[in-house]
Design a protein around this ligand. Sequence first.
Ligand SMILES: CC(C)(COP(=O)(O)OP(=O)(O)OC[C@H]1O[C@@H](n2cnc3c(N)ncnc32)[C@H](O)[C@@H]1OP(=O)(O)O)[C@@H](O)C(=O)NCCC(=O)NCCS
Length: 160
Amino acid sequence: MARPARIDDAIDAIEVVRQSILSLCVADHHNDRATVDRWLANKHPETFVTWINDPENFCVVDEITGKVRGVGLVRRNGTVLLFYVAPGYQRKGVGRRIHGALEAHAVGWGLQRLYLESTAEARRFYESMGYMVDGPGKRLFGMLMAYPYSKLLQPGSQIL
Ligand SMILES: CC(C)(COP(=O)(O)OP(=O)(O)OC[C@H]1O[C@@H](n2cnc3c(N)ncnc32)[C@H](O)[C@@H]1OP(=O)(O)O)[C@@H](O)C(=O)NCCC(=O)NCCS
């Protein structure tokens, strides 16, 4: 079930983010220590609290069996800044539910398009969600390649 994130989700949500980066994004960081350290540098519960307290952000978590298994965040300027599923919970619809909630909220904000930079790992997910390549890949945090995508939003979803 996807729902808006709360401050008391911070520890669990950040653990999902960190484990997802460490375990599911090896094809992106290649286990390069400097890249991983830069990627994880701001992934702490205290930072998460500042993100969800920012009225320019909307953050969603998805729970399975009562535990947070995925987290996503969109900014009012139309950029998706955070999107991770816990290791062992891929291909169970967590990503689709979170992204659906972010899109619905963005439509409620009056946005017409969403923008993001994908990992190599997530490209096929975003393409299945209707995202189109929006420029050349660029290097991030060292080894990581970030692939720009955007998607034209369809009005009509319910705001979460
Ligand atoms: C990318 C990610 C968020 C996808 O989340 P997910 O919960 O596994 O995705 P879903 O189960 O909702 O998948 C929805 C659809 O996307 C597509 N899809 C998802 N992962 C895919 C993959 N690895 N290969 C091909 N298609 C994929 C499929 O069409 C899938 O539908 P189906 O399972 O019915 O065939 C997740 O794999 C993840 O956290 N990866 C590591 C972190 C990461 O790279 N985050 C992105 C940062 S930009």
